[in-house]
Design a protein around this ligand. Structure first.
Ligand code: SDX
Length: 430
């Protein structure tokens, strides 16, 4: 039980309300406002800037200090010493796996990578030039049609199998979205390859010759997936939780997360960053775009900058920037013009009072596009890649909620519409 209290004085009613305060392991305390409804009061927090929507043990973010922990482990240590599937295990089960647990997990994922052959027919309903995210939303949503009857979300084993299927199949579907857009045949997964090697094989391999996977590109791909794995209660994860709170099928919930991720303010930013860098075109034009970003009358924003939570730096952006340098050097792409623009843009923005005062720093999406472009991923696939990495985070949060005590999410509102009024027959309307 908590002994911390907040007191709310209601001047009109002349009464005070005591609200319990709870403390987490680390991070801000929370005020339990559940009793406000008994006073006919709601909290008001558009965009949930100051709202803790749930209790969670998966990821912790400190926006002021630029800290990101997955089950307590710092993201830079995981990026340096772990890999994507080991981080998936950590997010799903809460602890780093033993070597035996890791080998078993890798084997299970490898043996769930194929999708039902019927899934291939869904693609034919799309135009070849459809945005891959639109195709991804449709096909992942369709997965629920394949498993709807075999999934009892109250059954822990069923939830675990759903997690395996989603982590394993999402790269296969993502690669199919790309292949479909190119007119090339879909590639089956090759279970002899690592998760990221397999993804690159399905993306760029053809039935005509054995795949040649660059270890450098596979490592960069794995790092990209790892850095996107989870991020607390962001917009898409909150969408997955809200959809899941109604008892919806987890495949449908993940499809809801993909839809939410697509927006340019969220996961769609990596695609928007590349388009912005290509539009700027030369370091000589950076000042013009920085001025536009500061102009209230201009809707232009510097994509890849700013974050709801990070107000000093996004620790993932730091790791991503180092990876961008490594990948470009190892690929012999000296002086990539877009990377030169990105680095100069970052320098200028971080010296500019507007960005300093509003605490706008590069976020995870600022450098990821540079790496993805160097790997050969087309810009339209960038958010699809983000969705591949983030699927494990979405399913970990869904499972944490469903395995605990949860209620259907049902926010209220501040109503500013008409008070009740009587219907006016057509002939009496002015
Ligand atoms: C992700 O939540 C997560 O964890 C998300 C994510 C994850 O891993 O899941 O980290 C992934 O989505 C990263 C963010 C990617 N989005 C972008 O890079 C798009 C550009 N950034 C902005 O759209 C914006 O910064 C947000 C959406 C990221 C944050 O928006 P907020 O917190 O609601 O802040 P805001 O829009 O209210 O802006 C605060 C002020 C405003 O100025 P004022 O009204 O106070 O005068 O800062 C300005 C904004 O105009 N501002 C920017 C800006 N971002 C905010 N001005 C210029 N360029 C920008 N990029």
């Amino acid at each position: 039980m908590t002994n911390k209290k907040a007191k709310l004085s209601l001047s009109e009613q002349g009464t005070d309300i005591e609200l319990p305060i709870y403390s987490g392991t680390i991070g801000p305390d929370v005020v339990d406002v559940g009793s406000l409804t008994s006073q006919n009061l709601f909290t008001y927090d558009p965009g949930f800037v100051s709202t803790a929507s749930c209790e969670s043990q998966i990821t912790y973010i400190d926006g002021e200090k630029g800290i990101l922990l997955h089950r307590g482990y710092p993201i830079d240590q995981l990026a340096e010493s772990s890999n994507y599937l080991e981080t998936c295990y950590l997010l799903l089960y809460g602890e780093l796996p033993s070597s035996e647990e890791y080998e078993k997990f890798v084997s299970v994922i490898q043996n769930h990578t194929m999708v039902h052959e019927q899934i291939r027919t869904f693609f034919n309903g799309f135009r070849r030039d459809a945005h891959p995210m639109a195709v991804m939303c449709g096909v992942v949503g369709a997965l629920s049609a394949f498993y709807h009857d075999s999934l009892d979300i109250s059954n822990e084993r069923h939830r675990e199998i759903a997690a395996y299927r989603l982590v394993a199949k999402i790269p296969t579907i993502a690669a199919m979205c790309y292949k479909f857009s190119t007119g090339q045949p879909f590639m089956y997964p090759d279970n002899r390859l690592s998760y990221s090697e397999n993804f690159l094989h399905m993306m760029f391999g053809t039935p005509c010759e054995p795949s040649k996977i660059s270890p450098t590109l596979a490592k960069a791909m794995d790092r990209i997936f790892l850095l996107h794995a989870d991020h607390e209660q962001n917009a898409s994860t909150s969408t997955v939780r809200l959809a899941g709170s109604s008892g919806a099928n987890p495949f449908a919930c993940i499809a809801a997360g993909i839809v939410a991720l697509w927006g340019p303010s969220h996961g769609g930013a990596n695609e928007a960053v590349l388009e912005m860098l290509q539009e700027i075109g030369d370091v000589s034009r950076i000042d013009e775009y920085v001025a536009r970003a500061k102009d209230k009358e201009d809707p232009f924003r510097l994509m890849g900058f700013g974050h709801r939570v990070y107000k000093n730096f996004d620790p993932r952006a730091k790791v991503m920037k180092e990876s961008a340098d490594e990948v470009l050097q190892e690929l012999g792409i000296e002086n990539d013009p877009l990377l030169a623009i990105a680095k100069r843009l970052e320098e200028i923005a971080l010296e500019d009072d507007y960005f300093i005062s509003k605490k706008l720093y590069p976020n995870v999406d600022f450098y990821s596009g540079i790496i993805l472009k160097a790997i050969g991923i087309p810009t339209s696939m960038f958010t699809v890649i983000f969705a591949v990495g983030r699927t494990v985070g979405w399913i970990a949060h869904w499972n944490e909620m469903i395995s605990g005590n949860y209620r259907i999410g049902r926010p209220r509102q501040l109503y500013t519409g008409h008070a009740q009024r009587d219907f006016v027959p057509m002939k009496k309307r002015s």
